[in-house]
Design a protein around this ligand. Structure first.
Ligand SMILES: Cc1cc2nc3c(=O)[nH]c(=O)nc-3n(C[C@H](O)[C@H](O)[C@H](O)COP(=O)(O)OP(=O)(O)OC[C@H]3O[C@@H](n4cnc5c(N)ncnc54)[C@H](O)[C@@H]3O)c2cc1C
Length: 383
């Protein structure tokens, strides 16, 4: 069969684009090196009947109506506002840190004083960055900022990234603000939903189209090659569109060296009990080796008696030589961006090659951002 578009990867970047091109009557071939579709959003049901997110918990949230409208076409979603607690000084407190967290960790008069200073200084704001608190000229606020930084951010971030917190890009830390009030939702976005029957079902419907063929368990680079800025598919020059959502350094055979990532050891544990912990996610910023525990039953109102499954996340270094080690988080730094740019320049020389997604663009994209990016790319190249 003649294909108009070849897509490498079936996460949200690849699957969104596959569907858009297919709806436009283009013949699309999707390569996926894993045995299943859905990228890091893949969900599977275990023997005890609990549905889990195999590559770590994924909570959908967005302010982008276009993205949510797009997704709604492929299955029902239910309203879900994510809540997280963290174990700080042996007490479970809401994360992001809010007034309830303050009241659980400080005595009544201290808590009142901190809250009053915050409300006076940041009147009208709902959230504030930890860096603003740390650099505040008000002593009470600055001291409070140091407490939160030390107990919530510093160890957690250093554990997650294995480098001192001072070396981490501020945008990473700013992802979790401090809340000026009692709002205990983890996200403040307008649309917060989870797929009723799981992400895998959404992907199945996205890719269910007569114009889409899928090759699972196949590394696309076995069939694709690059020579003189041209793309060859099965040894023939391919003049259609190539969408690449895999790791950019792998595409160019690591010629400038491997881009660094953080990886995770994901350890699932099953228990014969109704619930293991008080919330879907509990963060462990300080003493434990793992960063958080997720209990999947909370996500989809899974009503199963005397069984539950949890996931402990242990941060680990990414090793490109180990094929079981997954590149989860790009490490954003000037040096790494420079290396990325070298690969990007090579990609730019190939007129029918388009990069999309967290691995190809070496970015920390949330799901909504990657879908928005894919929809945007389609507008540019698909028409
Ligand atoms: C632990 C963790 C938790 C997260 N939680 C959230 C969350 O709660 N909310 C949120 O919005 N976002 C979350 N994210 C971000 C989310 O995972 C990404 O936004 C999303 O995965 C991006 O989709 P993608 O298609 O770019 O990449 P991926 O989902 O990684 O898909 C890329 C696919 O390409 C395939 N592939 C790569 N190279 C090749 C090749 N050569 N040949 C064939 N196939 C190939 C891969 O196997 C993979 O399936 C989380 C990320 C992590 C790491």
């Amino acid at each position: 069969m003649e294909y108009d578009v070849i897509i490498v990867g079936s996460g949200f970047a690849g699957s969104t684009l596959a569907r858009k091109f297919a709806d436009d009557d283009k013949k699309v071939l999707v390569y996926e090196k894993r045995p299943q579709i859905a990228g890091n959003m893949y969900e599977e049901t275990l023997e005890n009947g609990i549905r889990v997110h195999k590559y770590g918990p994924h909570i959908f949230h967005t302010n982008n109506k276009q993205v949510f409208d797009f997704l709604k076409q492929y299955g029902p979603w239910y309203f879900y506002e994510h809540k997280v607690v963290g174990k700080i000084k042996n007490t479970f407190v809401p994360i992001p840190f809010n007034f309830k967290s303050i009241e659980l960790l400080f005595n009544e008069s201290e808590a009142k004083e901190i809250e009053q200073h915050l409300l006076k200084k940041y009147k009208g704001l709902k959230t504030i960055s930890i860096f603003d608190l740390l650099h505040d000229s008000d002593d009470v606020i600055q001291k409070f900022g140091s407490f939160v930084y030390k107990n919530v951010f510093e160890n957690y971030t250093a554990k997650q990234w294995s480098i001192p917190v001072s070396e981490i890009d501020q945008s990473v830390i700013n992802r979790v603000p401090v809340v000026l009030g009692y709002d205990d939702r983890y996200f403040q976005d307008q649309y917060q939903y989870m797929p009723k029957y799981g992400y895998t079902r959404i992907f199945e419907r996205l890719l269910e189209h007569n114009n889409i063929s899928i090759r699972l368990s196949t590394n696309a680079l076995e069939d694709l090659s690059i020579k003189d800025s041209k793309i060859y598919w099965k040894c023939q020059e391919f003049k259609g569109i190539i969408i690449y959502t895999g790791a950019i350094d792998e595409l160019f055979h690591y010629q400038f060296g491997a881009l660094p990532y953080r990886s995770l050891d994901l350890v699932f544990e099953n228990y014969d009990m109704n619930y293991y912990q008080p919330s879907s996610v509990v963060n462990y910023p300080n003493e434990e080796d793992y960063t958080r525990i997720t209990e999947f039953k909370y996500f989809n109102d899974q009503i199963i008696d005397h069984a539950t499954t949890i996931l402990k996340e242990y941060p680990k270094k990414y090793n490109v030589e180990d094929e079981n080690c997954i590149p989860y988080y790009a490490i954003i730094s000037e040096e790494n961006q420079k290396k990325y740019n070298q690969y990007y320049e090579l990609a730019q020389k190939i007129p029918n090659l388009y990069l999309c997604g967290r691995l190809a663009e070496y970015k920390y994209y949330n799901m909504d951002a990657v879908i928005a990016r894919a929809l945007d790319l389609y507008e540019k190249v698909g028409k």
